[in-house]
Design a protein around this ligand. Structure first.
Ligand SMILES: Nc1[nH]c(=O)nc2c1ncn2[C@H]1C[C@H](O)[C@@H](COP(=O)(O)OP(=O)(O)OP(=O)(O)O)O1
Length: 170
């Protein structure tokens, strides 16, 4: 079954430049890559509770549910490893408390939005991350190749179209 995960891209302006918090994943899935802050939604947990928990666990920053900006979702499809399939709910947030601090799982770092470390991220990140940060919304479906790294296809469904698809039950 597709796992439910959630990511939050914290935003700030530093020296006049918009920046986003990403982190070097030190352990587990995607170790060695620069990734978004977030992780699995636990059974019985809401997505909002999960992202507040994951941000605190991974970066020591505190965020409030009411400050989360729903941005959309990304589905990662690994045809060669269906157990890795994930559905990710994506938030942005520009209010938070504390100082980003390294945890056992992630070494967080602020990156200028116009200098994203895309070569150190999952290859699919270039398909959806700059778009979310530029204000695009909706659902991305990313299908990886059998190497579980490179992108086979990437499709974007804008929010209104996606609502219509969900309402029609297809
Ligand atoms: N193709 C992909 N591109 C991407 O940018 N992020 C991906 C991805 N496939 C998965 N992810 C992200 C989503 C999620 O935040 C993360 C995996 O979740 P976790 O960090 O929670 O996994 P771990 O197994 O390390 O941790 P635990 O849940 O604590 O076991 O990987």
């Amino acid at each position: 079954m597709t796992k439910s995960v959630t990511l939050c891209f914290l935003l700030r302006t530093h020296n006049g430049h918009p920046e986003v918090l990403l982190g070097l994943k030190k352990t587990g899935f995607g170790a060695g890559k620069v990734v978004g802050i977030g992780g699995h939604v636990e059974p019985g947990e809401s997505v909002v509770a999960a992202i507040c928990r994951e941000v605190a666990e991974e970066s020591s920053l505190t965020i409030e549910a009411m400050d989360l900006i729903p941005a959309g979702s990304v589905e990662f499809v690994f045809p060669a490893k269906p157990a890795w399939d994930m559905f990710t709910t994506v938030f942005l947030c520009n209010r938070f408390g504390g100082v980003a601090t390294e945890s056992s799982e992630i070494a967080p770092r602020w990156y200028r939005v116009d200098q994203l470390p895309l070569t150190q991220m999952w290859a699919d990140a270039s398909h959806w991350l700059p778009a979310f940060l530029a204000g695009e919304r909706g659902h991305w479906r990313v299908v990886l190749n059998d190497d579980d790294e490179t992108v086979a296809t990437s499709t974007h469904t804008p929010p209104r179209e996606r609502r219509l698809v969900e309402e029609s039950g297809s």
